[in-house]
Design a protein around this ligand. Structure first.
Ligand code: 4AD
Ligand code: MG
Length: 464
């Protein structure tokens, strides 16, 4: 007989029919008269209850149906008597696909997430990680749907590049040279003999190639992995994370902020509509304010604030006795996540789009304002997260862009293809990058970015 997914079995009301379900045992409670097996197959956070008359089954078989075991259960679908359940199954036959010995690391309830991270290959079978991964999938669907419906083309940018899109030098090198041998011989590394004939690295952002797409197709977005060799051991940084980068020709700063706000609200709304069961679970188990926070974000206008005004607010807070771990030193400083969160959580109690940052703390490609000191950057700051989106209007003047690249001591030759967009039919354009895992942190209420990606990569950690 064909198996029914548990999500569908729980919706069926054709009581009295035969049904087959397959999945992993969450719990097995037995008594003399009756056994209850809670079964989950990953299709939903909810389990289906298998009701077993122990007198009709082999005792050894029942003994081996422990937490984590994989079974196939056949029986009659019946209306559940238990509160909060819809349908359950009166078992007529059970096949044990895979036993689960008692050293199963996910057996006990209430393990810490830190403990579970050592078992990233098994934690996916827990309620929390099941919920997070289903939401992760749904957010990816929301993103593709949003851009498709708004006329953006999905544009594939390379993962291996020879340039540094952010100019921050935080790159993983890609080489096929035998570095061990070169080190032993004490020789120079001849990159012209490396695979690509020059030094190559994993990309930190698809933006520069994205700009090539946008200045031809009008509006594109990328959605792929990016890599940063920054030694940041924080709950918000990964060495490998997924980024969404839309880029749009003829877009100005106001339109860019409109897009950032509309897009992220769409994603959160999508989660509220399509992930209700999983969000309800996370709201109960992880963060009791989760649903309120999500509903708040979709219903309120984001504050739009210049960096200069933001610094003034932070300075006043400090003067009035607010203690920041990193003191607010004044205009020109880079904001830490505690500063961003102060603006969002304490001062405005709403998301903030901070814009017009000092040129010195932002990337080389941003459009300079008339004042010569600030650039048209537009970062979206979120409660619990801090920076969730980094965006900007791009400098469209080739002359100014080259001057900035030279001022920063970057190698102009590595960007010749990029600079061609400014040489041939240059156009005003803008775009942003959303960190996919930061969005997931926000939507799931999870505290640590390592817990919203199946197999996290962080300094000193490359397991699985
Ligand atoms: O602010 P960032 O560095 O901006 C860029 O990369 C631009 N090229 C984007 C663009 O304009 N097309 O990164 C963008 C976002 C951040 O706001 C953050 O959400 C996320 O990417 N991010 C990280 N997420 C996880 N781990 C890290 N190490 C991250 N670094 C940035
Ligand atoms: Mg940034």
């Amino acid at each position: 007989m064909k198996r029914t997914k548990i999500i569908d079995a729980l919706r069926r009301t054709d009581y009295g029919s035969e049904i087959v379900v397959k999945g992993w045992v969450r719990t097995h409670r037995s008594s003399k008269a009756v056994d209850f097996i809670a079964l989950n197959d990953g299709s939903t956070i909810k389990n289906i209850q298998i009701v077993v008359d122990p007198s009709k089954f082999d005792t050894n078989l029942l003994k081996n149906i422990t937490t984590g075991a994989c079974i196939c259960a056949q029986g009659i679908l019946v209306e559940s008597q238990g509160a909060g359940q819809t349908s359950e199954i009166q078992a007529s036959a059970i096949e044990l696909y895979g036993e689960c010995p008692s050293d199963y690391p996910m057996q006990k309830k209430g393990q810490t997430f830190e403990y579970m991270r050592q078992f990233a290959h098994l934690r996916l079978r827990t309620n929390t990680f099941g919920a997070v991964m289903r939401i992760r999938h749904n957010m990816a669907m929301a993103i593709h749907t949003y851009f498709h419906e708004h006329g953006f083309y999905y544009f594939h940018t390379p993962l291996i590049t020879a340039s540094d899109a952010e100019g921050a030098g935080e790159m993983f090198q890609v080489t096929t040279l035998d570095l061990d041998r070169i080190a032993k011989q004490g020789g120079e590394v001849a990159y012209d003999r490396d695979f690509f004939g020059k030094k190559a690295n994993l990309t930190v952002s698809g933006q520069l190639e994205g700009e090539l797409g946008a200045t031809a197709l009008g509006a594109i977005y990328t959605f792929g992995p990016t890599f940063r060799a920054e030694n940041s051991n924080t709950p918000r940084h990964l060495a490998e994370f997924w980024m969404i980068e839309p880029e749009v020709a003829f877009m100005d700063k106001t339109e860019l902020m409109d897009l950032e706000e509309d897009f992220i609200k769409y994603c959160v709304r999508w989660a509220l509509t399509n992930c209700a069961d999983d969000l309800e679970f996370l709201n109960k188990m992880i963060d009791k304010t989760l649903l309120d926070t999500l509903n708040g974000v979709v219903s309120e206008d984001f504050v739009r604030l210049s960096y200069t005004e933001g610094i003034q607010i932070l300075q006043e807070a400090q003067q009035n006795g607010h203690k920041f771990e990193f003191p607010v030193t004044g205009w020109g400083m880079d904001l830490a996540s505690e500063h961003e969160r102060y603006l969002v959580e304490q001062h405005f109690k709403r998301p903030v789009i901070l814009n017009d940052y000092p040129a010195e703390i932002k990337a080389f490609y941003m459009k300079k304002n008339e004042d010569g000191r600030t650039m048209q950057g537009t970062d979206v700051l979120f409660p619990r997260i801090g920076e969730i989106i980094g965006g900007s209007v791009r400098e469209e003047s080739g002359e100014k862009l080259i001057a900035e690249i030279e001022r920063r001591g970057m190698d102009k030759n590595l960007y010749s293809w990029y600079l061609d967009t400014r040489k041939y039919g240059s156009c005003p354009h803008a775009g942003f990058g959303l960190g996919f895992e930061r969005l997931l942190l926000f939507v799931t209420g999870m505290q640590n970015i390592r817990d919203v990606i199946p197999f996290p990569r962080t300094p000193n950690n490359c397991e699985f």
